[in-house]
Design a protein around this ligand. Structure first.
Ligand code: MN
Length: 244
């Protein structure tokens, strides 16, 4: 009985070694797990669940194979793939998660987030986030043809080269007070998120002299990163090098 968490793979047709590392991860680890949670930025960009490109179809087929084999799959969107939605989850036999979500992990309440909502000091990004996550904006985007959306995605990619907050190396870290606030509101002692590309296992002081844990997933690049938990073992952050 194990549960796995991953995020920030930034899957992209142009990075085949990462895609292969993900398929290997499914084969070597996820097939033996009860549950796999994907906590955002699974894709580098996502133009909508109706994307008919072969790359999208290939990744979906791999996820469907996993869920057909009885691993439960939960998927949350991130800031890069904010249009990843319920249809995608349904197509691959998984369940779409809201950001944030609290789960019961072997008796422990655990708060799951992508993590971008915690980076409140990045005002430029918070503005972008508010727009990207709004229903009218998403509906407007999805009303466009796939070709139009592909053009917009390419354009955004150009623009993000000048918009610092979308560049991995310039993502700001979480605001510590925001972490405490989110954990207090959710009434949890454990939080798991990604986004910041600063993988670490933090312990922290919560109100009323309680101790908390914040475990941050890493982005897939030189290494793959995952968190593993079971009824017998505490949550652990793991990495393995990508070899190609
Ligand atoms: Mn992110």
């Amino acid at each position: 009985m194990t549960t796995l968490f991953i995020s920030d793979l930034h899957l992209d047709e142009g990075r085949p070694a990462i895609t292969q590392a993900f398929y290997d991860f499914l084969e070597q680890r996820a097939y033996n797990a009860d549950e796999l949670y994907i906590l955002g930025d699974f894709f580098e960009a996502w133009i909508g669940d109706d994307d008919d490109a072969s790359f999208a179809a290939e990744v979906k087929a791999q996820l469907k194979k996993l869920t057909d084999n009885d691993t439960q799959l939960f998927i949350m969107g991130g800031n890069r793939d904010f249009l990843l939605g319920k249809d995608f989850a349904t197509q691959v036999g998984g369940i779409s998660l809201e950001d944030p979500t609290v789960i019961d992990l072997y008796g422990e309440r655990v708060l799951l987030m992508h993590g971008d909502s915690l980076c409140t000091h990045d005002l430029e990004y918070m503005q972008f986030r508010a727009q990207a996550r709004s229903e009218p904006f998403q509906a407007m985007m999805l009303s466009k043809s796939l070709d139009e959306r592909r053009a917009i995605a390419a354009d955004l990619r150009q623009k993000s080269k000048s918009m610092n907050s979308l560049k991995a190396e310039d993502i700001m870290d979480v605001t510590p007070e925001e972490v405490i606030k989110a954990m207090d509101e959710a009434q949890v002692h454990v939080m798991v998120h990604g986004h910041t590309h600063r993988p670490a296992h933090h312990t922290l002081d919560l109100p009323e002299e309680e101790r908390g844990e914040r475990i941050v997933l890493g982005d897939w690049g030189e290494n793959i990163w995952w968190i593993e938990a079971s009824a017998e073992t505490a949550l652990s952050l793991n990495k393995a090098p990508i070899t190609d």
